[in-house]
Each structure stands twice: as structure tokens, then as C-alpha cells.
Design a protein around this ligand. Structure first.
Ligand code: SF4
Ligand code: SF4
Length: 191
């Protein structure tokens, strides 16, 4: 049968020479390869002191956005959860009560909203599916943990701060088509 690559080697039962038996040529060959790589430019960097530049379209930790006056944009419609191929999103919807209009933009909101970061593959489908521009992926890295439990991110982590100065910048995620969509008066409620 013809091999698919040229990497396979025919095994031989040829008797080993004295030098081969003491492995000296093999050790010298190995050392030569090590030395060759020793003077080459390193492929690794000293993280966290040094950081690599991220791609413009890097998709990292999610943010749940607020509108201009600080109300939560998410209406707990569940479209992001349905679109998620990893089934990483879960939520519990609640009804907005009179007097809470300044907290939630719609009559329904997510009382609980969780993303399992161990399941998430950062595909961005949740962002694409959201009709309220409530969820975006950002260039923030999901922090490493020793336990599994802290990887379940709730609203305490996902929701952006109320303070306008501390809002999470998602301008990189606002593609031309998204901005065009925003200009449409029919969808003014999505602003
Ligand atoms: S980025 Fe993809 S995998 Fe992660 S929560 Fe969103 S839809 Fe699910
Ligand atoms: S984040 Fe968007 S898609 Fe997901 S439940 Fe909220 S409004 Fe719906």
C-alpha cells in the first residue's frame, strides 16, 4: 500500500555497530540540534511582562451592555442561548415592575444570566443573534482559575459598570453592517 506521507520508515533488524550501541553519535546529533535552536530567535515571550498584540477581531470575555442612560439592554429573549453551539448560556427571565424603568429597558429582563466559560468557544454567535445589541465579545481575556466553579460568569461579571467612564468599549465589534442597521429608523428601539 502506498503511504500517505514520506514520514514512515521501514523497520530493519540490522545489527547495531559498537558506536550505535553506546549511543554516542545519536547523543551528538541531538546536542547539535539543541545548539542550533539555542541561538535561534525564541518563539515564546515572557508573559505577563510581555504581551502580544491582539488581532482587531479577537473575541474574548463577553459584556452585557447598558443603554445610554444605564438601563440593561438585555430583554431575556433567549436568542443568544438558542444560537450558542456550545450551550454555554443560561438565563432566568423576570418581569420589570413599575418603578424599575430606569433599570431595565424592556418589560422583561434577565434576572439571572450566566455563561459557562469552560464551554464557550468564543464563536460570537450570541452577539450575532442578539436583537437588542445587549451582548458583545470584547478583547478581554478570561482569567485562569484553579476551580471549575468560578468559570460560570454571572451578571456580576458580565454586566458593564453603570459609571459612563467605566463602560466597556465595543467599538471594534461594531461592524459596518451593524452601524448601518442602527441607522434604520424602524429599529430605533435597538439603539
Ligand atoms: S461566544 Fe459562542 S460559544 Fe460562547 S457563549 Fe457566545 S454563542 Fe456560545
Ligand atoms: S443578550 Fe440579547 S439575545 Fe441574549 S437574551 Fe439578552 S436580548 Fe436576547
Amino acid at each position: 500500500m502506498q503511504s500517505l506521507t514520506d514520514r514512515s520508515k521501514i523497520a530493519s533488524d540490522k545489527k547495531m555497530s559498537f558506536l550505535e550501541k553506546i549511543y554516542l553519535p545519536a547523543i551528538a546529533k541531538g546536542m547539535a540540534i539543541t545548539l542550533k535552536h539555542f541561538f535561534k530567535k525564541k518563539a515564546t515571550i515572557s508573559y505577563p511582562e510581555q504581551k502580544r498584540e491582539f488581532s482587531e477581531v479577537y473575541r474574548g470575555q463577553h459584556v452585557l451592555k447598558r443603554d445610554d442612560i444605564g438601563r440593561e439592554r438585555c430583554t431575556a429573549c433567549g436568542l443568544c442561548a438558542v444560537a450558542c453551539p456550545a450551550e454555554a448560556i443560561t438565563m432566568i427571565a423576570a418581569e420589570r415592575k413599575p418603578g424599575e424603568e430606569n433599570l431595565y429597558r424592556e418589560e422583561k429582563y434577565a434576572a439571572v444570566y450566566e455563561i459557562n466559560m469552560l464551554r464557550c468557544i468564543f464563536c460570537g454567535d450570541c452577539e450575532e443573534a442578539c436583537p437588542k445589541e445587549a451582548i458583545f465579545l470584547t478583547d478581554r481575556i478570561v482569567a485562569s482559575q484553579y476551580e471549575r466553579e468560578p468559570f460560570i460568569y454571572g451578571k456580576d461579571i458580565l454586566l458593564e459598570p453603570l459609571d459612563i467612564e467605566k463602560r466597556i468599549d465595543i467599538s471594534k465589534r461594531q461592524t459596518e453592517s451593524v452601524l448601518k442597521f442602527k441607522e434604520n429608523k424602524r429599529f430605533a428601539h435597538n439603539k
